[in-house]
Design a protein around this ligand. Structure first.
Ligand code: URA
Length: 477
């Protein structure tokens, strides 16, 4: 007699995650299912953004129990790291892919090293796409200022391809710590009030404001960082795909900038230096430009840029290193402890500080947070060199006869190379525009010294300022 065998369908389980990026939820469920020996094709994964089609609607929501004596599944660090990125992808298949790979890892602990394996390759591919989306969000979020009952709030609209919003939150909090902002996306929203981060429901394009003065800042920033010598149109379009253009105020400038690039490059080669665009024509323009400047990491750290201060006709320009904590808060150079010491010495040397133009080599405050405090960090040579463009702009407008550099960072900014302050101090140097450069130590250095050491250094500092004072009087005769 012939039997017809009707296979009994294997039970399918349905696992609902709390959120599309709920990695912990996925990991706990995956561990449980491996211990219960459930194969990947018997699990349907879903999240609020990853709903499955009806075919699996019957899946069992009560998970099978796992025998008490089974061991916890093993997962290599490589796998866990990769899986955390893969989790953020928008492909609904990611959960099963990760689960299948985790199951296979149990018998092949070195599976992740097999770069030809299709599952490993697929995971790496998804993780790469996620990283790229994270990078795009960091590069292309643009805030618009909105006035909310008299206090400023910045709102940005962005359309991520993957579930990267929460993973990127820390970056925006660190970069824009002092601002109140919201980032609206179709996948959810983030709101930072300067103190606390909150998440909100998805938004639409219509919820976001459009057009305001912040755009002007972005435009001038973009025009100023545009480097014609580096222009590779294909690479640029890859980095800044057209789909992002509609949200980028500066994108309106792209065709014009590309058109003018060749002429600018020729100009730049002639000038033999870094060219970030046309030089600002006024100190006000520099003040606005530095606020929007993001050419280096310090510019991106969310602090306020501090512009130089003093008469444009000043014969003396004093250049410090970078604003400190107090300067950043007040938005003015040399108003903290180092500034007080400097002013006392200027007065003793007979230099009226209000007749000097006082500025810094680097316009933003570089610090490391320590609890509630912000500890000063020296700018790197690269950061000084990048910021030099602004200082050169100030020098071109103020045209001082004497420049006094306080410390090694200022000296580097003015000379374009690192020098030893101890060796270079006490004698005049000639700058490219014929003005005299005098170099001395930074007053913050004096503040860190004690007793005899401090007294000796202060004496040398005072003597350096007296020489500058004498030169100023000679030049004014
Ligand atoms: N130190 C500096 O170099 N500049 C300031 O503005 C304040 C402290």
């Amino acid at each position: 007699m012939k039997h017809s065998l009707n296979p009994v369908p294997a039970q399918v389980f349905r696992i609902s995650l709390a959120a599309p990026d709920d990695f912990e939820g996925w990991r706990d469920a995956a561990r449980h299912m491996i211990r219960a020996s459930i194969a990947a094709d018997r699990i349907v994964w879903e999240s609020p953004s990853d709903q499955t089609v009806d075919l699996f609607a019957q899946g069992e929501r009560n998970l099978p129990s796992a025998p008490a004596d089974t061991l916890q599944p093993r997962a290599s660090r490589d796998f866990l790291q990769l899986a955390q990125s893969v989790m953020l992808h928008s492909d609904i298949e990611r959960f099963s892919l990760m689960y299948r790979t985790l199951c296979r890892l149990q018998s092949r602990p070195r599976l992740m090293e097999d770069k030809a394996d299709p599952d490993v390759r697929r995971m790496e591919d998804l993780a790469r796409q996620v990283r790229r989306d994270i990078h795009k969000m960091r590069a292309f979020v643009r805030f618009r200022a909105v006035d909310e009952s008299g206090s400023e709030h910045y709102v940005a609209w962005f359309e991520p391809e993957h579930h990267i919003l929460r993973a990127n939150a820390g970056f925006f909090v660190r970069r824009f710590t002092t601002m109140r902002w919201s980032i609206l996306t179709p996948r959810g929203t983030l709101h930072w009030d300067g103190d606390r981060l909150q998440e909100g429901p998805p938004a639409t394009r219509a919820d976001a404001p459009s057009g305001d003065p912040v755009e002007a800042l972005w435009r001038s920033y973009y025009a100023s960082i545009f480097n014609p010598a580096r222009l590779k149109v294909g690479a640029m379009l890859k980095e800044m795909p057209r789909k992002y253009w509609k949200n980028l105020p500066e994108a309106a400038l792209i065709p014009e900038l590309i058109a003018g690039a060749q002429a600018r490059e020729a100009q730049m080669v002639k000038a033999g230096g870094q060219d970030f665009g046309d030089r600002p024509q006024s100190l006000n323009a520099i003040g606005e430009g530095i606020l929007a400047c993001r050419r280096c990491d310090i510019g991106c750290n969310g602090t306020r840029a501090v512009m130089g201060e003093g008469p444009q006709s000043a014969a003396l320009m004093i250049v410090g290193e970078q604003p400190g904590d107090v300067e950043e808060e007040q938005g003015r150079p040399f108003v903290g402890p180092a500034g007080q010491l400097l002013r006392a010495h200027l007065e003793s040397a007979g230099i009226a500080d209000r007749r000097a133009y006082v500025t810094n080599a680097v316009k933003h405050f570089k610090f490391t947070p320590q609890g509630k405090r912000r500890l000063h960090q020296n700018p790197s040579a690269r950061e000084i060199d990048v910021c030099r463009w602004w200082l050169d702009g100030e020098r071109a407008l103020v045209r001082p006869r004497i420049v006094l550099a306080l410390g090694a960072s200022a000296a580097r900014s003015l000379l374009g190379k690192t020098v030893s302050v101890q060796k270079a101090r006490g004698v005049p140097h000639v700058l490219d525009d014929g003005s005299e450069l005098w170099i001395t130590t930074h007053p913050s250095y004096l503040l860190r010294l004690q007793d005899q050491g401090r007294a000796e250094e202060e004496t040398k500092f005072a003597s350096g300022l007296r020489k500058v004072s004498v030169r100023l009087s000679e030049m004014s005769q």
